[in-house]
Design a protein around this ligand. Structure first.
Ligand code: GDP
Length: 139
């Protein structure tokens, strides 16, 4: 294991539902250190860029609409094995398949409106952190 960073997003559904505080509390309880934190609203081009790997998928336009519909909270998390640890804390993409105790099991409404995002590799974490934060922003 090594000390890693990952990008977490509390998506518009969870922010609108007033669940952001509980999700941030869970992040702290699970032992992540928050190195950077912000509230922002994605512009369409930003959401398209962030999810560019999915641009050929049938759900892409809906995903971009969803991610731009309201504010999101973006956070840089640090922990041993942070990428996998945060993915495990989030649970499966589809909440119907998410394990008990995961954020998506508790808060997600559907495979699209699934409350949180987490980087899926160390390399993508580096790219995604850079999407929202400059090195000087991180404590
Ligand atoms: P993640 O890494 O678990 O967030 O999942 P992916 O990278 O595969 O997908 C990115 C996001 O696109 C998901 O978190 C969902 O919000 C959305 N998404 C993924 N698959 C589907 C799908 O089959 N249908 C719809 N409507 N949205 C999806």
């Amino acid at each position: 294991m090594s000390l890693e960073r990952t990008l977490a997003i509390v998506k518009p559904d969870a922010v609108a539902a007033g669940q952001a505080g509980r999700i941030l509390a869970l992040i702290e309880e699970r032992g992540f250190r928050i190195l950077g934190l912000g509230l922002t609203r994605l512009r369409t081009e930003q959401a398209q860029g962030f999810y560019a790997v999915h641009r050929e998928r049938p759900f892409f336009d809906g995903l971009v609409r969803f991610m731009t519909e309201g504010p999101v909270i973006v956070a840089v998390l640090e922990a041993e094995d942070a990428v996998k640890k945060w993915r495990d804390t989030m649970g499966a993409t589809n909440p119907a398949h998410a394990a008990e105790g995961t954020i998506r099991k508790r808060f997600a409404q559907s495979i699209e409106r699934n409350a949180v995002h987490g980087s899926d590799s160390i390399e993508n974490a580096r790219i995604e952190v850079g999407f929202f934060f400059s090195a000087a922003d991180l404590i």
